[in-house]
Design a protein around this ligand. Structure first.
Ligand code: SAM
Ligand code: DTB
Ligand code: SF4
Length: 328
């Protein structure tokens, strides 16, 4: 099948169409992804979100990639839910360093009622600093999504992680359908959706195509699509995973850009192990947002100085959601 490179918003992608994009000559794919990027976004503008783990470790789920699962001995320090002033101070530091969005992550299967009330206070405090807010707290019921929306939360992050077919090899404690149900609840509550996956867990090209196809065929495209490269953490079942071919990672970014042309495609975990040249290729392929700050949730991220140097070398500007062109 010939690849269709047209950058239109569609929700009816077939698997052969997506595979044709993945297997197109690299330069064709990246060229068309960059063209799509320029139709819908300000070129050279990259949005920056800073992460904070507000509750760390001791998670009852068994996600095979995750250092925070209670089932694996990864040596991370468990921490109960942070207090409000610590979160506010971290958000103020992130804003001072140039982030426009602050994302609070908690190692929950789903949040308990009393914790959600405390998190609502955190969301209000972060918003009051003039930052966009994002949370990732596991599964949500429609009522919980509504509570977060009422608090003024802007984005909710909940990833599909991989294809429906490969998923059971990675997680057994919650189903693919559970994830889709949470995404539907988040959307119905009026929150913006941040949803993506992980590359490098041993999945096939078909699994990568199915992940992106599932995201693109949702009733509405996620506003933000994080593409994580697996950080192989010692002690997790995936610690020995083979490194992804860097060109295949760039291809994944490019296909995400073509399938979801209006989304922020986020170059996410794994940047610490990527060269400046590989990150530049990811930006060329349509990535226009990153996680910014010395730490992701529990693992490392390039330090702020390295990112600032990279932005200067590439002529990139830090920008917010206004990067989306109104005419698109
Ligand atoms: N507990 C919540 C949940 O699972 O929705 C929120 C936090 S969880 C750490 C958020 C996402 O981080 C996961 O869905 C996964 O995509 C990503 N992630 C976790 N560990 C990772 C790793 N070692 N490498 C790359 N991405 C990872
Ligand atoms: C996402 O897709 N990636 C971020 C964010 N959403 C929450 C998390 C990456 C976590 C990497 C492993 C860690 O630092 O614990
Ligand atoms: Fe828990 Fe989330 Fe980690 Fe899964 S990814 S083990 S749900 S913190």
């Amino acid at each position: 099948m010939n690849a269709s490179f047209e950058a239109v918003v569609r929700h009816d992608w077939t698997l052969p169409e997506v595979v044709a994009l993945f297997t197109a000559p690299f330069a064709d794919l990246v060229f068309h992804a960059q063209r799509a990027h320029r139709c819908h976004h300000e070129p050279n503008t990259v949005q920056m979100s800073t992460l904070l783990s507000i509750k760390t470790g001791a998670c009852p789920e068994d996600c095979a990639y995750c250092p925070q699962s209670a089932r694996y001995d990864t040596g991370i320090e468990r921490e109960a839910l942070m207090d409000l002033s610590t979160v506010r101070e971290a958000a103020a530091r992130a804003r001072a360093a140039g982030a426009t969005r602050f994302c609070m992550g908690a190692a929950y299967r789903s949040p308990k009622g009393k914790d959600l009330k405390l998190i609502v206070d955190m969301i209000r405090a972060v918003r009051a600093l003039g930052l966009e807010t994002c949370a990732t707290l596991g599964m949500l019921s429609p009522a919980q999504a509504g509570e977060l929306a009422d608090a003024g939360l802007d984005f909710y992050n909940h990833n599909l992680d991989t294809s429906r077919e490969f998923y059971p090899q990675i997680i057994s404690t919650r189903s693919y359908q559970d994830r889709l149900d949470t995404l539907a609840a988040v959307r119905a509550a009026g929150l913006k959706v941040c949803c993506g996956g992980i590359i490098g867990m041993g999945e096939s090209l078909t699994d990568r195509a199915e992940l992106l196809r599932t995201l693109a065929n949702l009733p509405e495209h996620p506003e933000s699509v994080p593409i994580n490269q697996l950080v192989p953490v010692p002690g997790t079942p995936l610690e020995g995973s083979a490194r992804v071919d860097p060109f295949d990672f760039v291809r994944t970014i490019a296909v995400a850009r073509l399938l979801m042309p209006q989304a922020q495609v986020r170059l996410s975990a794994g940047r610490g192990e990527m060269s400046d040249e590989l990150q530049a290729l990811c930006f060329l392929a349509g990535a226009n947002s990153i996680f910014y700050g010395d730490k992701l949730l529990t693992t490392g991220n390039p330090d702020v100085e390295r990112d600032q140097r990279l932005f200067a070398r590439l002529g990139l500007n830090a920008g917010g959601d206004e990067a989306r062109r109104p005419s698109a």
